[in-house]
Design a protein. Structure first.
Length: 573
């Protein structure tokens, strides 16, 4: 139902003829705007995760000006409001610990101020789900603007993918195959511009899913950060959100179960990050939608990886942009998509794909010529992970997808770092590396420790992959035969806590099973002997996080934020 000016939230602050509204108008004019600049206009909040230390977002401060200009042109009044910037590399112990913080901040910034519609500016891994979770819960019209991927990297004539080649070259350096001089040169050349990782890591996986969910203007997710088209995108988004306010096109009207199925289909076709499962489950939960992990596995068996992008493929995000961008890839998937789902531009997904072309069929493969036949995601169960675990077959070694080996257990990340390069470490290429206490509570925050390093003595022998199991996550830019997100986590007494060095572990990715080969009686005895570790935090956000965060299979949201709850608007008078 179309809204009138007098129906807007902001009018409760500005329109009445009383002392409180007088104060609101007075203080707004204090900033240098005149009364007519904000009266009888939709007020648009720009939630900006810009920060000097968040390298993916350093351009968003300037981009916000283009957003403001678009809003003003369309007759709105822009208000820029900074929010926590979650730069993946710099934030410790992990940005995952603060995703829910950003979601809460976004929701409360919008709720507590006279905001009619929102522009959400982010891109680095946890900013996309954090911003969208908050916007879905608040449920006023909102458009998401992805920060954009950085430009292609190049090192000695080879395409370089952020994160993917960091891991590859670090292993070569540890193996003695890369000089210190080359390592330093790579450091200066790998990332050429502002923007998120240029591979199909977590950042681009999530921005692509945001676009398919309908929260972005079409084509947004694949525009490079440094391209002038990104500035134009920001301007167009500013114009569009001002009109959306009157259409009352809200996040929950877009975030349907069918839209989330579209996101899953796109995710598996892209060869997306394993982190995508956690975040999509959490976003769906904010809309009151149950998104079981089994649905991801079901679609991964139906839809192959057709985006030839690192880490599963050969190309980078800039190449996908030139090939036609995400809309071009979606044309390959029409038979699997709900084309009647909406978009912030007011059109359906099917309408937005009309006339879209593919310009490079090696970057965007056909369904008959996939990047590989192993699938994006495998959801694993067994006595080691009764509530599930995940792996990424498309980025794993085929010979390890059915494997049985003896466990080498690290009780925590510090122990692993201290011992992994010990020449006397009792390990060979058949060993299964196990890392405990790296989950949502144990990490804390479920850091990206799941791509356990290969022991140096094996790197020197030419080994580049092993089966690795943990309750941690793994960077979407990384690769390898890693079993991740083991639930329940070891820190709360999940079965992973009871694994001992020397135990036999059997993995069968095709059958989707992971089992510790001990008897039920022995498992029960180990559980009875296990003592819960002490809490990680005594106070502050960490204590709240540890008390209320759910497990990986539930999306790691706070238990008190899940569900499609209706929250009363604040009493402002």
């Amino acid at each position: 139902m179309a809204k009138r000016i007098e129906d807007l939230r902001s009018q409760r602050w500005f329109a009445p003829d009383n002392m409180r509204a007088f104060a609101h108008r007075q203080r707004t004019q204090q900033t240098g705007y005149k009364r007519s600049d904000f009266m009888n206009r939709p007020v648009i909040g720009i939630i900006n995760t810009w920060s000097d230390i968040s390298t993916c977002h350093t351009h968003l401060r300037e981009r916000a000006q283009f957003v403001k200009e678009g809003i003003i042109r369309a007759g709105g009044y822009p208000l820029e409001m900074p929010a926590m910037s979650l730069g993946e590399v710099m934030v410790k112990p992990t940005t995952m610990m603060y995703r829910n913080f950003l979601a809460m901040e976004t929701e409360e910034l919008l709720r507590s101020h006279p905001i009619d519609g929102a522009i959400l500016m982010g891109g680095c891994d946890k900013t996309t789900p954090g911003l969208l979770m908050g916007a879905i819960s608040m449920n006023i019209p909102a458009i998401y603007i992805p920060a954009g991927a950085s430009l292609n990297g190049n090192f000695k004539g080879q395409k370089i993918g952020t994160g993917t080649h960091t891991r590859k070259y670090w292993d070569e350096k540890r193996a003695g195959n890369l000089s210190d001089e080359d390592w330093l040169e790579l450091e200066a050349k790998m990332t050429r511009s502002v923007g998120t990782c240029n591979t199909m890591g977590t950042a681009s996986s999530l921005t692509s899913m945001a676009e398919v969910l309908g929260f972005c203007l079409p084509g947004s997710a694949t525009i490079p950060a440094a391209d002038s088209a990104h500035q134009r995108l920001c301007s167009l988004a500013g114009e569009r959100i001002t009109k959306m306010v009157f259409e009352d096109l809200t996040p929950k009207s877009l975030a349907t179960k069918e839209a989330f199925e579209n996101a899953i289909v796109t995710y598996v076709a892209l060869g997306g990050s394993t982190n995508g499962i956690i975040h999509l489950i959490a976003m769906a939960g904010r809309a009151g939608i149950d998104l079981p992990m089994s649905l991801f596995d079901e679609w991964a068996r139906k839809v192959p990886v057709i985006a030839n992008l690192m880490p599963a493929g050969e190309y980078l995000m800039e190449d996908l942009f030139y090939a036609g961008g995400l809309p071009a890839l979606l044309t390959r998937l029409k038979d699997f998509l709900h084309l009647d789902q909406g978009n912030v531009n007011g059109r359906t997904l099917g309408e937005n794909l009309e006339g879209v072309e593919i310009y490079n069929e090696d970057v965007i493969r056909s369904l008959e010529n996939p990047v590989n036949d192993r699938g994006t995601i495998g959801v694993i169960t067994g006595n080691l992970c009764p509530d599930g675990a995940v792996c990424k077959p498309s980025a794993a070694s085929p010979h390890l997808l059915n494997h049985r080996g003896k466990a080498l257990v690290f009780e925590n990340h510090a122990q692993m770092n201290a011992q992994i390069d010990d020449p006397n470490l009792d390990v060979d290429e058949n060993t299964v590396l196990v890392l405990k206490n790296a989950g949502p509570i144990g990490g804390p925050g479920m850091p990206e420790w799941g791509g356990l390093p290969i022991p140096k003595k094996l790197l020197q022998k030419g080994v580049r992959d092993m089966v690795r199991i943990s309750d941690a996550r793994m960077s979407g830019t990384h690769y390898g035969t890693c079993i991740l997100h083991v639930a329940p986590e070891s820190y709360v007494g999940g079965p992973l806590a009871f694994v001992q060095t020397g135990d036999w572990i059997a993995l069968d990715v095709e059958k989707r099973t992971l089992n510790l080969e001990i008897s039920d009686e022995e498992m029960a005895a180990r559980k009875a002997a296990w003592a819960p570790p002490p809490p990680k935090f005594a106070r502050g956000y960490g204590a709240m996080f540890s008390t209320h965060v759910t497990q990986a299979n539930e999306g790691c949201d706070f238990d008190f934020l899940q569900g499609d709850a209706v929250i009363d608007e604040p009493e402002i008078f």
